[in-house]
Design a protein around this ligand. Structure first.
Ligand SMILES: NC(=O)c1ccc[n+]([C@@H]2O[C@H](COP(=O)([O-])OP(=O)(O)OC[C@H]3O[C@@H](n4cnc5c(N)ncnc54)[C@H](O)[C@@H]3O)[C@@H](O)[C@H]2O)c1
Length: 385
């Protein structure tokens, strides 16, 4: 079995994921890297380097891993699919619904394999919650609430392109694309209607850098506290640092997602309440716990069951290793995967419309369906009759 020849497009912070895929002689090796910033090209091993992704697509790579800023995903993914390259595309699929649909339509038209980097589906805590739900321990899920505490948000998201809504739509979509997807996965449905509120509360009035200047030395290694003491933010900041989103799913489940970028701690707290109990995670990495209450009603009490998230090594609590394993199998053999291009589109659609809602006084929006032909290509069982 020869190694899959992998081309990496975008070698920034997320190049750690691509490095996981580099295993010469064991099924995959990075043969080409492309980044518009020549300084980034040394971050990964490669036989050839490019600064224009179109040149990389003309090379003999079998597959590409796209980890460029969100606003470039659709253009690069469409070109790669048209070039017949299997695509691993980082989340979010794109920053608008139209762009998502174009990527999916292109995969369907060309028959090229498309895989979405929703690594949270491979996180131990998410898989554990899903198992608890699947075992029926809380009955039928009816409502899901997610609190997303984005500690260090000022450093991670307000010092570069993330802070510019033209490049992300907004941080609600950027960050929650993961969690909306997990909500959909746990609930077994997709959002059909959303509304949201949000604001820029802390990072709008702080010191900014002039356009074209890089973040200061020590960026992403030092963590100013309190958040208002952060300096050298991106020159353009027009995204929200607090957002609160409500969803109604197509199976009747009601869900809520809340995000704050100046929280001291960085983790996600999920609560799923079903007809026979409630689960909640405390901590979201290996060794954290999922608690279940399902033996009767009372005031606050110790849980009826506590499950521990398994130990796992590697990025995002082992999820990065696991998702690369799944991608490499899919690239070689196709077949079903835990991540889903259609689900990725549905999470972006909900996050996109929630962002429009919070910028429009909380107006509710309905999520438009994916066109039937594209849906049939990805999920023939959904439209079999
Ligand atoms: N799944 C996850 O857990 C996870 C975690 C972090 C980031 N991400 C996603 O990964 C992507 C990259 O994020 P990042 O933090 O590495 O960003 P980054 O800014 O650190 O890196 C992006 C890189 O892409 C390069 N680039 C920009 N435009 C390009 C183009 N047209 N062609 C080639 N290279 C180009 C930049 O020079 C930079 O080196 C984003 O879409 C982000 O949402 C996912």
């Amino acid at each position: 079995m020869h190694d899959l020849r992998l081309g990496v497009i975008g070698a920034g912070q997320r190049s750690t994921l691509a490095a996981t895929a580099h295993r010469p002689g064991r099924g995959c090796r990075i043969t080409a890297v492309c980044d518009t910033d020549p300084a980034a090209l040394t971050r990964l091993p490669a036989e050839r380097t490019f600064t224009d992704y179109r040149d990389l697509l003309e090379s003999d790579v079998d597959a590409v891993l796209v980890a460029t800023p969100d606003d470039t995903h659709a253009e690069i993914a469409v070109a790669a699919l048209r070039a017949g390259k299997t695509v691993y595309l980082e989340k979010p699929l794109a920053i608008t619904i139209d762009d998502c649909d174009e990527v999916l339509r292109t995969a369907a038209e060309t028959g090229t394999r498309l895989y979405l980097g929703h690594n949270m589906r491979h996180m131990g805590v998410v898989r554990l919650m899903r198992e608890v739900v699947a075992r029926g321990e809380i009955g039928v899920p009816k409502t899901i609430w997610v609190r997303h505490f984005v500690g260090r948000g000022g450093e991670y998201y307000f010092k570069d392109w993330h802070a510019d809504r033209r490049r992300t739509t907004g941080l609600l979509l950027q960050k929650a694309a993961h969690d909306i997807d997990v909500i959909h996965w746990l609930a077994g449905g997709y959002t059909e209607r959303v509304s949201a509120f949000g604001d820029l509360m802390v990072y709008g009035d702080l010191d900014r850098r002039p356009p074209g200047t890089p973040p200061a030395e020590g960026w992403l290694r030092e963590w100013p506290w309190p958040p208002e003491s952060s300096t050298g933010l991106h020159h353009r900041i027009d995204v929200e640092d607090v957002s609160v989103m409500n969803m109604r799913l197509d199976n009747g489940v009601i869900a809520a997602y809340q995000q704050c970028h100046f929280s001291p701690d960085y983790w996600r707290n999920y609560t799923v309440i079903g007809t026979r109990g409630r689960l909640e995670n405390l901590g979201d990495g290996p060794g954290s716990v999922v608690r279940v209450w399902n033996s009767g009603q009372s005031a606050y009490r110790e849980p009826d069951a506590t499950y521990r998230v398994p130990e796992a090594a590697g990025g995002h609590g082992g999820a990065d290793e696991a998702i690369i394993e799944e991608f490499l199998r899919f690239a070689r053999h196709g077949g079903p995967t835990d991540t889903s291009p259609v689900a990725a589109r549905m999470s972006v659609a909900a996050g996109y419309l929630a962002t429009l809602s919070l910028r429009d006084g909380g107006t509710p929006f309905d999520v438009p369906p994916l066109d039937a032909a594209t849906l049939r290509y990805f999920m023939p069982e959904k439209l079999s009759d």
